[in-house]
Ligand binder design. Structure first.
Ligand code: KG4
Ligand code: ZN
Length: 333
């Protein structure tokens, strides 16, 4: 079964063709980093305009990579939410047009389920049930995945998403956008123990996250020591990154213990971070738990993960009507 996946929820225009929901025949991601870079964050209006310009060429390229035409497809999967409404609408409109013209079944996919499905695209694929930490620019949450599209959210951020903290701190340090990769690069030259930033604790003991206090602490530190030289910037980047990693890993391990989960999935844009991958891997290895982390290119936004999740929904008989609409605040559980 050949499924075309379309993803336009934020600032990546992506299309992919999958066979059987797991084999990637073609996958194209057009990044808008150059568009938003000068602003230090995503400008929604510019994002939707760029999606509109590149979505058809991106789909054409993904089909060409796969060596198939629209007439060969068996279904279309599109990100329905959560995300920026203007961005989501571009993907949804194109998906509906193709589905209508070629009489193809259509499904809407939750972007967060897509991130979790990225783990199924590489061997060894995780078996259900498992605990998934989804860390991206817009979301930071822990889900128990039970199979059959059932998810239970057992923890989430109470303020900023982890990726958002990376992006804001990178802006504070004048390192550019997106923040994750530039902070990770700068951190390599720094000392992670140079500065002691606070790790938020939930007074009620919930496995929730909070990054706004850390962001404020970094901001105060930067102001107090301005102007920072390259050495100090590297130390702030390394210390900040180590603090985020510590918070994410500690909370995830505790949640896994409580849920008696022995299989974990780490996914979402921030899961591309080497320090986070290594730290969680070390904790899991020590406890004999299996950790599944998609390759960095599958952790950040892509359409292969959307096609994979959509494939299973199509196989289960799910169909979206041509009235399918974007849902910016769609939740997973
Ligand atoms: O999943 P994603 O591509 O888009 C959303 O669904 O939000 O995640 C983007 C986020 C951005 O905040 C970006 O700074 C962060 O992921 N990110 C990273 C790294 N690569 C991307 N954060 C830390 N380290 C990285 N290497
Ligand atoms: Zn994402």
């Amino acid at each position: 079964m050949l499924v075309l996946g379309i993803e336009t929820s934020c600032d990546e225009t992506a299309a992919a063709v999958l066979d059987g929901g797991r084999k990637i025949l073609g996958s194209v991601v057009a990044s808008q980093d150059a568009v938003h870079g000068p602003y230090g964050g995503v400008v929604p209006e510019l994002a939707s305009r760029r999606h509109l310009e590149v979505v058809l060429p991106v789909i054409t390229q993904a089909l060409a990579q796969a060596g198939v035409g629209l007439a060969d497809l068996h279904g279309i999967a599109v990100t329905q939410g959560p995300g920026l409404v203007g961005s989501l609408l571009v993907g949804c409109s194109v998906a509906k047009a193709i589905a209508y013209c070629h009489r193809l079944p259509l499904v809407g996919v939750n972007h967060l389920e897509g991130h979790i499905y990225a783990a199924f695209l590489e061997e060894p694929a995780p078996t259900l049930p498992f605990l998934a930490l989804v860390v991206s620019g817009g979301h930071t949450a822990l889900y128990l995945a039970g199979g059959g599209g059932r998810y239970e959210r057992i923890g989430q951020t109470r303020d900023d998403a982890a990726g958002e903290a990376f992006d804001k701190v990178a802006k504070l340090l004048g390192l550019g956008y997106p923040g994750g990769p530039v902070i990770e690069r700068a951190a390599r030259a720094g000392d992670a123990k140079a500065i002691r930033f606070p790790t938020a604790q939930m007074s009620d003991g919930a496995p929730d996250f909070s990054f706004s206090g850390l962001k404020t602490a970094v901001s105060l530190h930067v102001k107090r020591h301005a102007p920072l030289g390259p050495r100090q910037v590297a130390d702030v980047a390394a210390s900040f990154q180590a603090t985020v990693v510590k918070m994410l890993v500690r909370r995830t391990v505790r949640a896994a213990q409580r849920a008696r989960a022995r299989r974990l999935v780490l996914t979402g844009g921030v899961a591309a971070n080497g320090a986070l991958r290594e730290a969680l891997q070390a904790e899991c290895r020590e406890r004999g738990w299996a950790l599944h982390v998609p390759s960095p290119a599958l952790c950040t936004d892509n359409a292969a993960m959307i096609a994979a999740a959509g494939h299973d929904r199509l196989v289960a008989g799910e169909r979206a009507p041509l009235t399918l609409n974007a849902i910016p605040d769609l939740t997973l559980a």
